[in-house]
Design a protein around this ligand. Structure first.
Ligand SMILES: *[C@@H]1O[C@H](CO)[C@@H](O)[C@H](O)[C@H]1NC(C)=O
Ligand SMILES: [Zn+2]
Length: 449
């Protein structure tokens, strides 16, 4: 492990400079989004559409944000005065879920000391992989990119970092290949793809992807089944699928969801990456409005990030046989299976797909006792008020075109913090989803599948 330490110090200068830039960006930020007047409410209703269109919109216009909905309740963020009025007039049954959004936002940010640029704090941030202090906090884009470079240099025979494009705002979109290059055990390059951060504010999906990446590498050669999985499977990790959005969620608006691309409406940038894939891309007008949180970009693959991924997959066709796909999101503790665009479309090999999904849920339960529900993706609406998750999702695209088995995981929690999950949950969630990944590997490598 001494080799790692010297690499670490070699990077200190560069790392410190990067963090300095981050500090400057923070202090120069003048118009950061301010949510001090808002709360997140869970409103118990069977008709989300009526709540939003008939009760909320007439009062606040577009000044609200549906965080999550199902057939029992809707989690919605809006101003407290407006909500008090709406709740009174409509006799709503509700609970306050996030009462102080600004405080909850602050709680997701690393403590101030971590931004001090000195070698001590750097050692804490990148310390030893064994101690993984890295996972004490969520990390910003620069820190993650730096950490990935360190990982590549620490595990040169297992890790290859590849930048598949530069985003519109100039950030690298990185894919991390993990391969033991064991041509005997994995002759046809069976591969699992794992993505996080399609939606910028879902930070736990990013940290969980990084956590799994690190555990896999640490355990190779140490843990018997991990060694078997890594010998028999290749992995492609995309920890931050939406780098521009992620960066903006740190320094502009913590609750930002889309990417940051121009849309033609100047005050409403951003395309929802999870609506921009070409499979069953949604032509209905629900997603055509650039100011919508689920704006589909106006054409399939209008988003630079998903287009780059599509082209990348086209380019490596034949080099990898993608067997599995896990797309990480938050929140609600659910395992979603395809398809998202329609409940009428029946996934192939349905029984086995369900068995897989329940197997993942069980692996989670045995690890942390959390109960993730298994749900059809079409039943999950996210911030979408039309039935179904909508077309153009990463899940449907990967399942239809590329991956034999594909699932979307919606991580913790069930709404107490929602998107603003405190960093103390990074490790528990990492552990439970890593257990699910191990189950996934075992399932794929089962000769009967
Ligand atoms: C929900 O409310 C809308 C009115 O906003 C109505 O048109 C629709 O039929 C209702 N749906 C159900 C299932 O009751
Ligand atoms: Zn999401």
């Amino acid at each position: 492990m001494f080799g790692n330490i010297s690499i670490l110090f070699a990077h200190l200068g560069f790392a410190a400079a990067a963090l300095l830039r981050v500090c400057a960006a923070v202090s120069a930020e003048e118009d950061k989004a301010d949510y001090s007047g808002d709360q997140v409410y869970r409103v118990f209703t069977h008709n989300a559409s009526a709540l939003v269109h008939d009760m909320i919109r007439p009062v606040v216009g577009s000044q609200y944000d549906v965080w999550m909905q199902n057939d029992k309740f809707v989690d919605v963020r809006l101003g407290r005065d407006a909500f008090a009025e709406i709740a009174r007039e409509n006799s709503l049954e509700y609970e306050v879920y996030v009462s102080d959004i600004e405080a909850a936002i602050r709680d997701t940010m690393p403590g101030n000391s971590q931004y001090d640029v000195n070698s001590d704090s750097m050692q804490h941030a990148f310390g030893s992989y064994g101690g993984d202090l890295f996972f004490d906090e969520y990390r910003d884009l620069h820190t993650i990119d730096l950490w990935l470079q360190l990982l590549e240099q620490t595990y040169p025979s297992l890790v290859k970092l590849e930048q598949i494009t530069t985003t519109p705002e100039g950030h690298p979109l990185n894919v991390v290949h993990v391969s033991a290059q064991n041509t005997e055990a994995n002759p046809d390059k069976k591969t699992i793809v794992i993505s996080g951060g399609l939606h910028a504010r879902e930070w736990i999906s990013v940290s969980t992807t990084l956590f799994m990446l690190q555990r896999l590498l640490q355990e190779y050669g140490q843990d018997k089944s991990t060694t078997h999985y890594l010998d028999s499977l290749d992995f492609l990790f995309i920890p931050v699928f939406n780098p521009d959005g992620y960066e903006y969620s740190w320094h502009g608006d913590r609750l930002w969801r889309k990417n940051r691309q121009a849309t033609g409406v100047e005050q409403c940038p951003g395309i929802d990456l999870d609506r921009s894939f070409n499979y069953e891309w949604d032509e209905s007008e629900a997603h055509e409005y650039p100011c919508s949180e689920s704006y589909n970009g106006g054409a399939p693959f209008a988003a630079a990030e998903t287009k780059a991924w599509h082209e990348y997959l086209g380019g490596i066709k034949g080099d990898y046989r993608i067997f599995g796909y896990l797309d990480l999101h938050s929140y609600s503790e659910e395992i979603l299976y395809p398809y998202g665009y329609s409940c009428e479309a029946v996934p192939r090999d349905f029984e086995n797909l369900l068995e897989l999904a329940f197997g993942l849920a069980k692996a989670v339960r045995l690890t942390t006792r959390k109960n993730y529900d298994v749900v059809a993706a079409c039943k999950d609406a996210g911030s979408d008020l039309t039935p179904g998750m909508g077309g153009g999702s990463a899940l449907d695209y990967m399942y239809h075109n590329r991956a034999r088995w594909a699932l979307q995981l919606k991580l913790r929690d069930t709404g107490s913090h929602g998107f603003l999950l405190p960093p103390k949950f990074i490790r528990p969630v990492g552990h439970e989803i890593y257990a699910a990944l191990r189950y996934f590997c075992g399932f794929i490598l089962n000769p009967e599948m």
